[in-house]
Design a protein around this ligand. Structure first.
Ligand SMILES: Nc1ncnc2c1ncn2[C@@H]1O[C@H](COP(=O)(O)OP(=O)(O)OP(=O)(O)O)[C@@H](O)[C@H]1O
Ligand SMILES: [Mg+2]
Length: 462
């Protein structure tokens, strides 16, 4: 994973859900606090208002003016709710007749107070803030309608304590909701991404040559992806088919005319009368042989390159394969009086790989052994197993490598200085090397003790 844009889908989803959960938790906290705070204030205001009205109800008018009997219950109810301090003031036209004369009247903004519904306001008083309820009544005193104002004030440390308790609870609820949402968001992310992971697994599990289309059940959102993947697979399959057909056709088109040229040249050679013409025709035949060899090795090599990308994985019985090769080389070797012996392990030795590729590699080794051996010598093929690998050894009593290094001889089109007039293209060992690599195996070419060459080819056992 690289770059900032490569944050995993899961991380992205979880992160966004967490942000959402955090916002919701904060909103919940604020809402609970506000509603609870308002409710507490309303309750306390109700009691304060009731006390104020109770005092206003006790206002009496007489000949001497306005008098009031402070009802004891009004204060005891207020005192029972909280530890807050209580102040009161009864004023007639601005003159206080009882209570705290400095208790503030409402500002102009607070509006008028009615006779039955108290007016509530908050005002600073004696280094703190008080909540004040005010009722205005008109009392007949000395036959005059006299407006009387009753104020009851209360400090609100009780309400602050309630608010703090509520805030704590609200924070707890917010945190709880957040934790729950976090857990749910992780579960959600998992379940949303499960189909994607399943699809990735299903595609990842496929072998390298599995070119069937993907028919894994997927949710609708992934269907376009699966469809384009299947389109890609279909195009790839078609391209591979074309390559295969091309290789086969190329083989046919190059080999057939070369065979015709060769046949004609041989006929001409038999009929030729001058030594000059025969010399020329022999050169032509040799050139045609070289071309035919090159064509066939090039095509073999193309096949190997093409199949190495996705070698078949089948069980290959090496002993059976070698026996087949020995038989097919019999006639060629017989012409030179070269014997081919095979020493197997006695039991079948199976490796996991591409039969066609392994056969191409061993054919090239045997081909080299036969063609670089003089007459009346023997070639020995030995099959053994060690360290989890099968080893095929091809040993001849031929001309040896004349100091040619393996690395140099396995290069494409590289031929040794020892080849003399032996026809070849220099692709044989390249093929062997590539087949060994495609199978996770190894190849080694050395001088053989006592003269000749020894080639060893390893493939991991099944
Ligand atoms: N058994 C052997 N004895 C002696 N020299 C060998 C042997 N096998 C390989 N070599 C040397 O290694 C060189 C490369 O071998 P390679 O099979 O790649 O090419 P080639 O045999 O020359 O051509 P071709 O592609 O037709 O097989 C040969 O040209 C030869 O010099
Ligand atoms: Mg060769």
């Amino acid at each position: 994973m690289k770059g900032g844009g490569a944050l995993s889908l899961r991380a992205r989803l979880v992160l966004q859900l967490l942000v959402l959960a955090a916002v919701l938790a904060v909103l919940l906290f604020v809402a609970v606090r506000t509603v609870a705070g308002d409710a507490a204030e309303e309750t306390l205001d109700g009691v304060l208002g009731a006390a104020t009205l109770a005092i206003a109800d006790e206002l009496r008018g007489g000949e001497e003016g306005v008098s009031v009997d402070l009802p004891h219950e009004a204060f005891s109810i207020l005192g029972s709710i909280s530890e807050d301090r209580i102040f009161y003031r009864v004023a007639v036209e601005g003159a206080t007749i009882t209570g705290y004369a400095d208790l503030p009247m409402p500002g102009a903004a607070q509006g008028p107070a009615g006779p039955s519904a108290p007016l509530f306001y908050t005002a600073p008083y004696r280094n703190t803030e008080v909540r004040v309820a005010m009722v205005r009544r008109v009392v007949l005193a000395g036959r005059l309608a006299t407006p009387v104002t009753v104020l009851v004030a209360q400090t609100r440390s009780g309400q602050a304590a309630i608010a703090a308790r509520v805030a704590n609870r609200a924070a707890g609820i917010g945190l709880g909701v957040f934790a729950l949402a976090a857990a749910l968001s992780i579960l959600t992310a998992g379940s949303v991404l499960r189909p994607i992971n399943r699809l990735a697994e299903a595609v990842g599990r496929r072998g390298p040559n599995d070119l069937r289309s993907v028919d894994h059940p997927t949710p609708a959102e992934l269907r376009p992806l699966v469809e384009s993947l299947n389109g890609l697979i279909a195009r790839l399959r078609a391209a591979l088919m074309r390559t295969e057909t091309f290789i086969a056709e190329a083989a046919h088109h190059i080999r057939t005319p070369l065979a015709t040229v060769r046949a004609r040249a041989e006929t001409a050679l038999r009929k030729a009368e001058s030594e000059d013409a025969r010399e020329t025709l022999r050169a032509v035949i040799r050139a045609v042989e070289e071309s035919a060899r090159s064509a066939s090795q090039l095509l073999d090599h193309a096949t190997v390159v093409y199949r190495s990308d996705r070698p078949a994985r089948e069980t290959v019985d090496l002993a059976r394969l070698i026996e087949g090769l020995v038989q097919s080389f019999g006639p060629v070797a017989g012409l030179k009086d070269v014997g081919i012996g095979f020493e197997g392990t006695g039991a079948a030795l199976a490796v996991m790989g591409d039969r066609l590729l392994i056969e191409a590699a061993l054919r090239n080794l045997l081909d080299n052994a036969v063609k670089y051996s003089p007459a009346d010598t023997d070639i020995v093929l030995r099959l053994s197993q060690a360290d989890g690998s099968a080893c095929v050894e091809v040993a001849d009593r031929g001309r040896g490598l004349s100091g040619g290094a393996q690395a140099a001889l396995t290069r494409r089109f590289a031929r040794g200085a020892n080849v003399g007039d032996v026809v070849g293209s220099g692709l044989g060992l390249t093929i062997v090397d590539e087949v060994a690599a495609a199978h996770g195996g190894r190849f080694e070419l050395t001088e053989r003790e006592g003269g000749g060459t020894c080639a060893r080819f390893w493939v991991p056992l099944a």
